[in-house]
Ligand binder design. Structure first.
Ligand SMILES: C[S@@+](CC[C@H](N)C(=O)[O-])C[C@H]1O[C@@H](n2cnc3c(N)ncnc32)[C@H](O)[C@@H]1O
Length: 273
């Protein structure tokens, strides 16, 4: 898929996720987000860039960590997600946060501006991962940190058949390289190639709990990477992909819902001092 098309698919696919994202994903993603925050070691008063901030689930924690003497710039491609994030921080009166719509792969920001750059579960969607990591390193001051968390190995993510099920019915693959970053040491290697030092990683296995079939389907299809393709399917095809997806996660059925295995990897590197 060409990169401009990929950016449009992500932008408008995630706009569709804005109203359902927290309900579907806040709990399942929490372990990954905590792993990222631990890796980032944020301090009060720091200036932090967050890319692909989504609905603000991590933004809120970043803002609390840096406090009112700090500064947070939270960015995302999707206006719908940014609006959710803005509302969350306003409701909690977290004042160090500013929001801007921006592609994580092309930051419209000066060099050496932040103490840390964080990206939670966003890098997999950026057309050129390496370019994005170089951008994160460019805008962080010498000695500052770049930290990202991504999904882990495909075979450890029980929901992974979602992509081939949707791809079988569309012309171009919706997220061709999704699991590449979480495979082996790909993300660590890209951080080193971007000039980052003292690169460290932690990998965790988790369980994604969806209390009902409806919630599992909503999490998979309603918004995000496959949402644009799914939204164009006829109702009969939507029913067909639901059935195929539920069959693919049948092994993880637990009562009315599902407990699906997942894996995440968080990597942190430092900009040379
Ligand atoms: C799975 S959500 C993660 C949101 C949030 N960081 C979290 O941990 O809950 C992925 C986010 O990446 C954003 N995204 C996708 N491609 C992007 C890009 N090229 N630049 C910036 N954000 C992007 C989407 O709009 C979406 O909000």
């Amino acid at each position: 898929m060409d990169s401009r098309l990929q950016l449009r698919v992500q932008r408008y696919g995630w706009d569709r996720a804005a109203s359902v994202y927290d309900r579907a994903w806040a709990d399942p993603l929490q372990p990954a987000q905590e792993l990222l925050l631990e890796a980032a070691e944020l301090q009060e008063g720091e200036r932090v860039l967050e890319t692909a901030c989504g609905s603000g689930l991590v933004t809120v924690d970043i803002a609390r960590a840096v406090g009112s003497s700090g500064e947070v710039l939270a960015t995302d491609l999707s206006d719908g997600m940014l609006e959710r994030a803005r509302t969350a921080t306003v409701e909690l009166e977290l004042d160090p946060v500013r929001f801007e719509r921006m592609d994580a792969g092309a930051l419209d920001l000066p060099d050496d501006t932040f103490d840390a750059a964080l990206c939670s579960l966003g890098l997999m969607y950026v057309p050129d991962f390496g370019a994005a990591i170089r951008e994160f390193a460019r805008v962080v001051r010498p000695g500052g940190r770049v930290a990202a968390v991504v999904w882990g190995e495909r075979r450890r993510c029980g929901w992974a058949d979602l992509f081939p099920i949707v791809d079988a019915r569309v012309k171009t693959e919706v997220c061709p390289l999704f699991f590449q970053l979480g495979t082996g040491d790909t993300l660590e290697a890209l951080m080193r190639e971007a000039g980052l030092q003292q690169v460290e990683s932690r990998r965790i296995r988790t369980t994604l709990d969806f209390p009902t079939e409806e919630r599992a389907l909503e999490a998979a299809f309603a918004g995000g990477p496959v949402a644009m393709a799914y939204g164009r399917f006829e109702p009969a095809v939507q029913t067909e992909v639901h059935q195929e997806y539920l069959a693919s996660i049948e092994a993880f059925r637990a009562g009315e819902g599902y407990r699906i295995p997942g894996e995440f990897v968080a990597v942190r590197g430092k900009v040379a001092a």
